[in-house]
Design a protein around this ligand. Sequence first.
Ligand SMILES: NC(=O)c1ccc[n+]([C@@H]2O[C@H](COP(=O)([O-])OP(=O)(O)OC[C@H]3O[C@@H](n4cnc5c(N)ncnc54)[C@H](OP(=O)(O)O)[C@@H]3O)[C@@H](O)[C@H]2O)c1
Length: 297
Amino acid sequence: MHNLGTLSPLETLFETKLGHAIKMPRNLARLYGSLRMPHARSGQHVFSNFVSTLDGVVSLQARGHAGGGDISGFDIQDRMVMGLLRTIADVVIVGTGTLEADPLHVWTPDSICPDLANDYGKLRMALCKPAAPLNVLVSGSGQVDLRLPVFTSGRVRTVVITTSAGAKRLLNRKPPASVIIHPIPRYRHMIPPKAILDAVGRLSAGKQILIEGGPRLLGEFYERGMIDEQFLTLAPQVAGRDYGDDRLSLAMGHAFPPSSTRWGALTDVRRGGSHLFLRYAFRRTVYRSQSRRSQRG
Ligand SMILES: NC(=O)c1ccc[n+]([C@@H]2O[C@H](COP(=O)([O-])OP(=O)(O)OC[C@H]3O[C@@H](n4cnc5c(N)ncnc54)[C@H](OP(=O)(O)O)[C@@H]3O)[C@@H](O)[C@H]2O)c1
């Protein structure tokens, strides 16, 4: 199903009154409804946004069809929400797998939903944010093509957070002056989320940190209990899986034992046609565990 059509408002089915309501331009408020974010605290607020099939697949891993668009059916309301969350973000973080799946992309609100570029721009201005969020690419290896638009278009400030070896590799390729290569010594490949967030904190004073993937990067953040909120679009399709295929789910690279799977609290549900737009709160390091599940028998 491809829903490229008219942008119509989401129907709010459930919402909480936690946090403060963001004052949105009229058109965005009409389309999304009310958007609340946690009250300003001193620390970073880390939220993630993904789209999944009913059976939990976030990438079909098929040539030319590996991206989130094939999961959402290129749904225009999903794009509207992606653009909105990018609008309130100071920083968008992605891993190299996500860049490889969509190499011409730049992580700005208008590049995902150009129809709303003006409204997103107005909202960023009202929030006193620069035109685009800082784009952060995480790569242990430093094997990144620096000729891609995210580095060369001039539309975003981009930082590559990498290892010492990765930085050496990238600097040898003479990155554009606008790109910051930020090595984090001590780690050979996977960089712990805390080190990524500390580095981001040194590069941006903004506290709203959006993780757009992919699953391996997100898996690291869940493993360390460093996700505050998950926005999840549930697309009405079943992708299936073959035994041993490469289809990915939300959080890859760590299988949490039964006693410490990550439990969230549902805080918001909206409907756009047959798509559901879900939002969960995850308290860092503290998760619901067996007590809740044992009630289900
Ligand atoms: N449905 C959705 O909402 C959605 C969202 C995002 C992505 N996706 C899809 O997911 C697929 C990509 O999955 P993926 O898991 O490969 O994506 P990914 O997490 O973006 O990329 C994995 C790569 O990123 C780097 N990386 C991630 N975490 C790191 C860390 N903590 N430290 C150092 N490097 C780190 C590594 O790069 P190096 O190998 O360079 O070291 C790693 O190989 C794509 O098909 C994409 O379209 C879907």
